[in-house]
Design a protein around this ligand. Sequence first.
Ligand code: B12
Length: 221
Amino acid sequence: MSLTTDNSRTDLGSILPKFREALETYDVPLAESLFQHALRLGPPMEIIEALIVPSLQRIGCAWEDGSIALSQIYLSGRLCERLVENLHIANTGHVNEPPRQAIAVLNDFHLLGKRIVHSMLRASGIALHDYGRVTVEELVDRVFIDKVDILLISTLMLPSALKIRDVRRALDERGTEIRILVGGAPFLFDDSLWHEVGADAMGRNAADAIQITRQWMGERP
Ligand code: B12
């Protein structure tokens, strides 16, 4: 089953505004039941990308234009985190050897995007270290110790995104050969930011993360 059928897209289109409203009003039972209903329309990861991601993005815009309060963003974010957590996405990654890939949130407290990207990579068979939320110094140390050569960084605040330059500089100074893939709101707002901060690529969503990581893993000497 996939969201490519007209029916499932129409159904999801009618769920989306109700789901967003349930988040804004923090109607937990309604949000949960709409999410469960949506899960019957396609694979969980497609539903997350088609329902949760745009809902939270719209809620972010509503906060920006002053029509909702920060507390509503906070509660919506927490509720979505819980919905995603409860899915218990299967880990099909092979962990016989320590992974040479890692993912982290740099500085800021927006963790949901990283969680989704991490879950999807694992579900598609790519094992990786999860460093959680780290500072530049912590990230550079861990990458060096784990001999990571593909680093995924998630940032949702512009100041955090700009800190990726410091990560790149510090890793270059240590002579570490590494490819950096970035993602999150600032990169969605500005198409050339990934390049300016010294990353090797940016991904718009978890599907991009899988495709680019796979490609880079295949290009290893
Ligand atoms: C929910 C939310 C919060 C929650 C976070 C809860 C949590 N535990 O995550 C809370 C309430 C804590 C919060 C706080 C703040 N927030 Co906020 N928040 C949001 C909001 C509405 C949604 C973020 C989200 O979870 N989206 C859903 C996830 C699934 O999407 P995502 O993270 O974008 O991830 C997807 C892609 O980007 C991509 N992706 C993400 N990471 C990666 C990594 C890689 C490698 C790849 C390939 C892809 C990838 O794949 C994911 C799946 O598709 C955004 C709005 C927006 N447009 O993003 C604002 C937003 C990010 N917040 C913002 C701000 C300003 C703040 C605060 C400063 C508010 C304040 N004044 O206190 C604080 C700062 C906290 C901090 N220091 O980090 C601004 C940032 C603006 C900027 N230019 O810096 C935004 C953009 C809102 C806005 N429009 O102004 N926020």
